[in-house]
Design a protein around this ligand. Structure first.
Ligand code: GLC
Length: 528
């Protein structure tokens, strides 16, 4: 078996050399200063400046989802938009690898190129692994194919998720040698990609081509850690028992813990969350590990793709607008009210929530005081799916407050953007929020955010009272939230203050411009 694999590797290598992944960037060095050039009797041409070739830095994102191909949440958006932002610079060769799920959008899939297949060893298994490629915005995407693992609806939630993502991560490591691409930075995102860092440090770094690969691990949400029984370490994950100390935590395998131990650096998606996860209130049990590894932790705030989320061009909207010409937003509101069978009332504020219906989104606070909010002249629109208790609660609320409350228990990206554009206030009272993208999208669409000061919400929304771009409250307390909702409704009715605030929200820079440079700093610091 290994001979076949070697043959394939050898076959692939020359192709990779012919068409080097590494384009070059030239830099002039040692150009002598004018006054230092010696005068000679017969003047000679100045020596040609020495050209130092700086190879592109190679970055590989390993993740379980990526927009626009497949998305269940913010992770996918970050993988899609951050890779695009980094690839704008000539200094980087950015690639992304994800599983080839059945639900990957057909419009993209039809253009994927099959570039070969290998067999992936995983403990006693030896599994087929097809490799597909696609390029967009200067980023090369790879898709790992195995129908047994990935030809199923959705991305997660199967009894064998551990084995599926172990196969994926082991496949990633094998694919590197097949395509002849050994990244400088292996950037693994969330627990599903944690094993790539573990395999690198326990198996592959002993091979010469892999020895200089540095690993970064990013926590998008510490709640999901990838926990499994210790008995399957060798048999399922193919990790030798002598490395058990790396992954063992609380008498379980904990893949997130393993990646934190193995990587050179790890990060989270906002500076505030980086501080919070050292605290048991936020850490889901992992705070001792975070604190012990704090020296290699940083928090970098996510951005959004300003081209994709642009009210001036978004085709899903009833009308387009921007901060300078905001009047058409009123059309978006009117049409949204009509579409949702709400009374068309231009001066009644619409409070919207677009969220997964799970506890950490702060829905208990909403349940506690929403009926007090509804005593006023407001409309409330909710879009999302999740735990059935919340789904039932909000469906029931809509039945009881017809003409005032609309609950749409599903998710649809077009509709979500119609709501971002048509609403006036966006409520996001999360108990914890690593970063959150919805508050940024809402702000960009001129819908003012009301958030709890936690994680990325605190880092992106600043309080109106202090000249900020939204409304915030500190404690996880329903009445504190009610207080700022009422404050927001008050400001809404003050036309002048409201239009200034809305403009400020729209003009806040939520792009990757700044944060991408922080990632660059992180990577370059590791390559010194
Ligand atoms: C997770 C977090 C969310 C974050 C996203 C992208 O979904 O819950 O807060 O914005 O990842 O990093």
């Amino acid at each position: 078996m290994s001979t076949t694999k070697n043959k394939k590797t050898q076959k692939a290598a020359p192709a990779a050399e012919k068409k080097p992944a590494v384009a070059v960037q030239a830099e002039l060095v040692n150009v002598p200063p004018v006054e230092a050039v010696e005068t000679q009797e017969t003047p000679k041409a100045a020596p040609a400046p020495e050209i130092k070739v700086v190879p592109k830095k190679k970055i590989l994102f390993v993740a379980s989802e990526a927009a626009p191909f497949i998305a269940t949440g913010g992770l996918a958006e970050v993988i899609g938009s951050l890779s695009k932002a980094l690839a704008k610079s000539d200094a980087y060769d950015v690639r992304v690898i994800i599983p080839l799920y059945q639900d990957i959008k057909k419009e993209y899939r039809k253009d994927f190129k099959f570039i070969g297949n290998i067999f992936v060893p995983l403990s006693w298994r030896n599994q087929y692994c097809g490799i597909f490629a696609y390029e967009a915005n200067n980023v090369k995407f790879y898709f790992v194919d195995n129908e047994y693992y990935f030809k199923r609806p959705g991305c997660y939630g199967y009894y064998d998720d551990g084995e599926r993502f172990a196969f994926f991560c082991r496949g990633v490591m094998e694919i590197l040698s097949f395509i002849g691409f050994y990244p400088d930075i292996l950037h693994c995102h969330d627990w599903q990609a944690a094993l790539a860092a573990l395999y690198l440090k326990t198996i592959y770094c002993f091979r010469p081509e892999y020895q200089f690969i540095r690993a970064v691990f990013t926590i998008h949400n510490i709640e999901y850690q990838g926990k499994y029984s210790l008995d399957i370490l060798e048999d399922l994950f193919g990790i030798s028992n002598r490395f058990r100390y790396l992954v063992e935590y609380d008498r379980c395998i904990n893949l997130m813990k393993g990646a934190i131990e193995c990587c050179e650096r790890f990060s989270t998606v906002s500076p505030t969350y980086a501080g919070e996860i050292k605290d048991p209130y936020y850490s889901h049990g992992l705070d001792p590990i975070i604190r012990r590894n704090e020296f290699k932790l940083c928090g970098i705030l996510n951005g959004i793709d300003p081209d994709y989320y642009d009210p001036a061009t978004d085709k899903a909207l009833f009308a387009n607008y921007d901060a300078k010409n905001i009047a058409p937003k009123a059309v978006c509101k009117e049409e949204l009210q009509r579409m949702l069978n709400l009374p068309v009332k231009p001066d009644t504020p619409i409070i919207a929530m677009i969220t997964r219906l799970v506890a950490h989104k702060g829905l208990d606070l909403v349940k506690e005081v929403i009926e007090q909010v509804l005593r006023q002249d407001v409309q409330f629109v909710l879009l999302g799916t999740g735990d059935s208790s919340y789904e039932n609660y909000f469906s029931d609320l809509a039945r009881r407050y017809q003409g005032k409350v609309v609950s749409i228990i599903s998710f649809n990206s077009d509709l979500s953007r119609k709501i971002y554009a048509g609403a006036d206030l966006f409520l996001m009272p999360s108990k914890s929020e690593p970063c959150g993208l919805s508050q940024m999208i809402a702000s960009r669409y001129g819908t003012v955010a009301i958030v709890r000061e936690t994680g990325g919400l605190r880092d992106s929304i600043t309080p109106y009272g202090a000249g900020g771009n939204g409304f915030t409250f500190h404690d996880y307390n329903a009445y504190d939230m009610l207080y700022v909702i009422n404050e927001a409704i008050g400001v809404y009715h003050d036309k002048e203050a409201w239009s200034a605030l809305r403009k400020k929200a729209m003009e806040t820079d939520f792009s990757w411009a700044k944060s991408a440079t922080y990632y660059e700093g992180l990577y370059l610091g590791m390559l010194k």
